[in-house]
Design a binder for this molecule. Structure first.
Ligand code: ADP
Ligand code: MG
Ligand code: ZN
Length: 492
């Protein structure tokens, strides 16, 4: 029997606000000393009262709008009760039946086209503290708790069960990640836990309209592990069904080292969260004007920008795709393109040139140093300057690569590098003339070959002249002078 895979993803996104969700503590704890960003509210002391972080609500509405969701006028927070050592209050403030955003969709690109994946809801909640179980190995086992993360704003994006393969789940995740990054609402680093995904997966006989029993997989900390965990889980469920068994609804953990999912807790042990409206917070009323204002401020997202890059600059899909991979890369590109001199090449030609340098040599250098576009010392101004130096004939392409390497290492302007190193192309024909004479004198065999009709021998001589001038002569000038010198020698 053939089976169809059904996947729904729950993604937790840590919002990049300055303060935490319900108190004034700093939310940037990533590199802070443990338990230094703590107050009575996020420590969960009795009598302390939460206050809603407006920026977190705004970021959630922004995300909702970017995902085409409806933003209801009325929303509220609820208490989700469960005891756990990392949960300071014994309950988490979350949203239950009235989330901030509902019924949107995310368009993904899949082989052969596009597909719309439903987004059921986007809601806001608070993160828990963090536990460290020690030691790893010998000694008396004990656990430590760091409360810094407790009360950080956490946004949850819940998809409909619309994905039909691990590939689609991966496309959904990378697209959602890109949107978060373009919106600037989250650092979105999976390794740091800013972007966490729980994957729900089931399979059913092909053609069936009912969903099969699902499992929920946790503990994946990269796009790759989500993909691998889903592949493994689909396979595990298929084998159970083929053996005549039944899949049990449960939570399973992904064990990266072994490449398997293992049972963590079954449905029978599922929590009854006893949700009820959070009595310490007022309901949230979202004004239509605020939503409109946020809508107006929504930045252009990767998909739109990619289409515009192709349309406006005539870039191939390949280039547009890579250049819009991150917002920083796309902005760097447009900054450099905006610096095109009025008397320079056409805007499309120039844009393709910028793209070639960015995706070619600049990317290569960045990869070698493992840095991103935001960290390179080559600014868009530097790149534009380099392009102009090639364009006006000062630099050959080969020399320009050298200058870029130098600029990349030192952060110096290309013009200064050219001056300091005397790198500019030799366009003085008397200098080139001397080199041509020398090349011809030193290579009588090549000259004789040319005379006997082997035209390609001239290419060898051009190469010799380039060598003698350390690559600084203008190739077309060399070509011209070598040929005329050979013709002259023939006439003699
Ligand atoms: P819960 O309240 O238990 O978290 P939800 O109905 O909110 O359950 O669904 C959680 C996630 O599970 C959603 O992303 C949803 O798309 C997904 N999901 C629900 N049913 C299935 C199924 N049968 N197979 C795969 N995913 C599913
Ligand atoms: Mg859930
Ligand atoms: Zn606090």
């Amino acid at each position: 029997m053939k089976y169809e895979t059904v996947i729904g993803l729950e993604v937790h996104v840590q919002l990049q606000t300055r303060s935490k969700m319900f108190c004034g503590c700093s939310a940037s704890y990533q590199y802070a000393q443990p338990n230094t960003h703590v107050c009575p509210v996020c420590l969960g002391l009795p009598g302390s009262l939460p206050v809603i972080n407006k920026r977190a609500v705004e970021y959630t509405i922004m995300t909702g709008l970017a995902l085409g969701c409806r933003i209801p006028e009325y929303s509220k927070f609820d208490r989700k009760n469960y005891p756990y050592p990392d949960l300071m209050k014994g309950y988490q403030i979350s949203q239950y039946d009235l989330p901030l955003a509902e019924d949107g969709a995310l368009e993904i690109e899949i082989e052969g086209g596009r597909k719309s994946i439903g987004v059921d809801r986007v809601h806001l909640e608070e993160d828990a503290a963090k536990l460290f179980h020690l030691p790893d190995g010998q000694g008396e086992p004990h656990s430590l708790v760091d409360v810094n993360r407790a009360g950080s704003p956490l946004m949850e994006v819940v998809s409909a069960p619309d994905m039909r393969s691990p590939e689609e789940a991966r496309a959904y995740l990378t697209t959602l990640h890109s949107i978060m990054q373009y919106l600037g609402v989250s650092a979105g680093n999976m390794q740091d836990g800013n972007f966490r995904c729980d994957a729900n997966v089931s399979i059913r006989p092909e053609g069936s309209s009912e969903y099969g029993t699902r499992t929920e997989i946790k503990n994946m900390n990269s796009f790759r592990s989500v993909f691998l965990a889903l592949e493994h889980e689909v396979d595990r469920q298929r084998r159970i069904l083929e053996d005549g068994g039944r899949v049990t609804q449960e939570t399973r953990g992904w064990v990266e080292e072994r490449g398997v999912t293992v049972s963590q807790r079954s449905k029978e042990h599922a929590h009854d969260y006893r949700y009820f409206p959070e009595p310490d917070l007022p309901p949230v009323m979202i004004g239509g004007e605020w939503v409109e204002e946020i809508q107006r401020r929504l930045p252009e997202l990767a998909g739109q920008r990619k289409a515009r890059f192709m349309e406006q600059y005539g870039l191939p899909l390949y280039d547009a795709d890579l250049l819009t991979g991150t917002r920083a890369l796309a902005e760097y590109f447009e900054e450099a393109v905006a610096l095109r001199p009025a008397d320079g090449p056409s805007s499309q030609l120039y844009a393709k040139n910028v793209s070639n340098w960015m995706l070619g040599d600049l990317s290569r250098l960045m990869n070698l140093d493992n840095i991103s576009i935001g960290e390179t010392r080559v600014t868009p101004q530097h790149l534009a300057e380099l392009l102009n130096l090639v364009d006006d004939g000062t630099l050959s392409n080969t020399l320009a690569k050298t200058v870029l390497e130098e600029a990349f290492a030192s952060g110096q302007e290309p013009g200064k590098i050219v001056d300091q190193k005397g790198l500019s192309q030799i366009s003085d024909s008397s200098v080139v003339d001397a080199a041509v004479s020398q090349a011809l004198a030193e290579n009588p065999k090549a000259v004789a070959d040319f005379m006997s009709g082997k035209e390609t021998a001239s290419r060898f001589l051009v190469g010799q002249v380039m060598k003698l001038t350390r690559g600084q002569a203008k190739p077309d000038l060399v070509q011209e002078l070598v040929l005329s010198a050979l013709e002259k020698a023939r006439d003699v």
